[in-house]
Ligand binder design. Structure first.
Ligand SMILES: [Zn+2]
Length: 392
């Protein structure tokens, strides 16, 4: 009985400390009295936990606030540079590596082109390791302060087994990151790119708590990450959210997943750019050029309109399936929000009996291309902020 009590008290202490860290991460600085009010904890509990967190380096005392009668209360400050985390984003043609502090400030960024043929994944990891070493020595950071390195990967990922199961765009299968653990002095974490993005959107934009969202990552293909009740929903086989391969057109185009008529063949960035290239006999220009053209060229406008029809069809299916509070669109297309937002919303919320614009908010990622890499840096921080696992 005594032992059970002891464990319970330890657990409560750990939970309280994580709550305090989360609160201070959001508010940056607060008095002990305000922490006590916000978390409904007694002042002595706050005092003893804050003391421990100061000893661990996460918080410090930063002067006094104005008194509301009696002694002036001490201000407790969150120290963003008390720990760091590396995020690595391996995309189809580029590898990005960042060092972030607990505030998700990007302290340093390095990138290089991905070799066209990935024969030897170990070589890629060693190249990443070289960049990581460079960053560590350039910023003179002790490895004890580094929580870990998180990888955002373009494929199905079993985060528990540290396994990249299948990444068609990289043309690799069954890459086990456990084999690379000895190459780093801190723990490795892995997650799928769209899941990492969803995770970043849900946590980093923490002020407007979004506990139910679907992140739609529109790139070469379409990946989606699902957050339900503050958890990343990955399903039994860790493959949930493959909405890019739901059938949008029966007997449609052949997808390289083996099926026909998959959503991403009609609503990915690649499909839009290819349609433009074909229609204008122009093989050189990119998304930016064509979307600017769509501002006043009828043919370009028509192609965009057809694209948005397909994008909206998929989004409607997702809303019917999951009833999320938020849909967040990421990828390069999100930079053209002003051009597409109105039309996309009117196509999604056209006459229907199920939902309206107030009930499901569609927005565009504000992390400007950084969602997945910031999600990767968040993976090693998870244990610091949360008590329970965030994947279901
Ligand atoms: Zn497919």
């Amino acid at each position: 009985m005594n032992k059970l009590n002891f464990i319970d008290q330890e657990t409560i202490k750990v939970i309280n400390q994580k709550k305090i860290i989360q609160l201070l991460y959001r508010n940056k600085q607060m008095t002990k009295q305000d922490i006590s009010k916000a978390l409904k904890l007694s002042i002595p509990t706050v005092i003893s936990n804050v003391k421990e967190l100061i000893e661990q380096g996460f918080l410090d005392e930063a002067g006094v606030a104005e008194s509301t009668g009696g002694r002036k209360p001490t201000i407790i400050r969150f120290i963003a540079d008390s720990r760091y985390s590396f995020g690595v984003c391996i995309a189809k043609d580029k590898v990005r590596i960042i060092l972030s502090n607990l505030n998700f400030d990007i302290i340093e960024e390095r990138f290089f082109d991905l070799p066209s043929k990935l024969d030897n994944f170990k070589e890629l990891i060693l190249r990443i390791r070289k960049e990581v070493d460079y960053i560590i020595s350039a910023h003179n950071i002790t490895t004890q302060k580094i929580l870990g390195i998180g990888f955002s990967l373009p494929g199905t990922v079993n985060e528990k087994k540290l396994l990249l199961e299948n990444a068609p765009n990289l043309k690799v299968k069954n890459i086990c990151f456990k084999e690379f653990q000895d190459d780093f002095e801190f723990p490795i974490f892995v997650e799928n790119e769209a899941n990492a993005s969803a995770y970043a959107e849900a946590f980093i934009n923490f002020n407007n708590i979004i506990n139910s969202l679907v992140f739609i990552s529109i790139t070469e293909g379409i990946g989606t990450g699902i957050i339900i009740g503050d958890n990343l929903y990955k399903g039994y086989n860790k493959r949930a959210g493959e909405f890019g391969h739901m059938t949008i057109l029966k007997d449609g185009d052949q997808c390289n997943c083996g099926k026909k008529g998959c959503w991403e063949l009609y609503a990915s960035q690649k499909s839009l750019v290819n349609k433009y290239k074909k229609a204008f006999g122009d093989d050189k220009n990119d998304l930016d050029y064509f979307l600017r053209l769509a501002e006043d060229n009828d043919k370009a406008k028509e192609i965009l309109d057809e694209y948005l029809e397909y994008l909206a069809e998929g989004i409607k299916n997702i809303i019917l399936m999951l009833d999320p509070r938020n849909i967040i669109i990421g990828g390069e297309i999100s930079y053209y929000k002003t051009l597409i937002e109105k039309d996309l919303k009117s196509k999604v919320f056209e006459e229907n009996n199920f939902y309206d614009e107030e009930e499901c908010k569609i927005s565009f990622s504000e992390l400007q291309g950084n969602a997945s890499i910031l999600g990767a840096t968040l993976l090693p921080m998870e244990k610091l902020f949360f008590f329970s696992e965030k994947v279901i």
